[in-house]
Design a protein around this ligand. Sequence first.
Ligand code: BG6
Length: 468
Amino acid sequence: DQNLKKFPENFLWGASTSAYQVEGANLSDGKGPSCQDVKELPAGTASLDICADHYHRYEEDIALMAEMGFKVYRFSIAWTRILPQGTGEVNQAGIDHYHKVIDCCLEHHIEPLVTMFHFDMPAALDERGSWSNPESVEWFENYARVLFENYGSKVKYWLTINEQNMLTLVGPLIGTLHIPEGCENVIKETYQQNHHMLVAQAKAMVLLHKMFPEDKIGPAPNISLVYPASCKPEDILAAQEYNAIRNWLYLDMAVFGRYNNLVWRYLEEHDATPTFREGDEEALKAAHPDFIGFNYYSTSTVQHADADEDLSPGADQQTARGEAGYYKGFNNPNLTKTEFGWEIDPLGFRANMREMYSRYHLPMIVTENGLGAYDTLTEDGKVHDNYRIAYLRAHIEQLKLAITDGIEMMGYCPWSAIDLVSTHEGIRKRYGFIYVDTTDEKVGTLNRYRKDSFYWYKKVIASNGEDL
Ligand code: BG6
């Protein structure tokens, strides 16, 4: 369509992974355990000691990404490879490993986009209270300094904390963020931990800008625009509440350094406003992201919930279970679902970008988007994942429309570059362009196979998003 704008020339096409889900070698070469390594795994899911064995096969994997034409590779650094205890001694083998990964990307003309923290708190810091300990701010800042000192001259793009909002909303499900036993005000405790993460993030942004003024850094929340279930005014208010709690709190803080007013009121109503330490307010105000990274899988829909409604806890990452008096989750009847029950909403992707851009006016990069599905490897080594192609195509079409809307989009990094272990549903729930021969039950050959989506995405990148 000639009315559509083209993707910018330097658009960053690529894809994403995270250390604990893809690397394996989770206790090798001096790496300390993270909270993921000590948690009880969901029944029947692959252990984390091998995953896709990316730790040993990153060269092969990055070569495959280069073959697809990647301009960027988003991966996370495992805190526990760099600082096995979270603080204190630096593990040189871990530092060396990521130098090799970064150099390998650069040799292939792929920009590394590094997530500093992706759900993998050092277990040693968990024992010291994790994010509930106010010192966690200093732990993270120290870790950030080590990263920047070592890689700041090579890595131009940084992401702070992956999906801090999901950690706050459903942390225990992901295996991160612990509520101490006997805690009397869970909301207060949760948002105090959240506050520490926000201050830690702000300090990391300031530090990077001081050490490497040319480098760019941004947050990476999971943004899922919240629809009202109907045009009933009560539902509109409910959607505003949940939008604030689920989405805007995190970006208002990262961009403006202030608490969203609706969230603050909600916290006041629960006697749960976080305690500020001296300097927190200034630290939050001093930080400015260069761009916004965001993960998008779907939208959410809510309706009003009465104050006396009984809303039993659920574990759905996408749909709000709700809070009596505020909102409750609603299945959007206009959307289909993936095999794993996640709503599919490409148009919502455009709406999401419009809303974010009108609020923050910063360039944005999609740091995750994708379809988790069961894939079948055929006898001749193929994976016919036309469903994944259909999902990604529909989303890239909307991305193009968003660019036509005048939104500054820097890049697109779907989840995931290569098959890896999902947060709680094992490796049977696959997202990659590259199939990894292994199952939840048994470690396989770990050989790599190009899925149909691999060839399709290669063509998309080669045509800079014109040939979908
Ligand atoms: C995001 C996370 O929540 O979604 C990833 O940043 C995760 O770590 C991805 O894997 C897909 O979710 P899941 O639960 O299917 O693995």
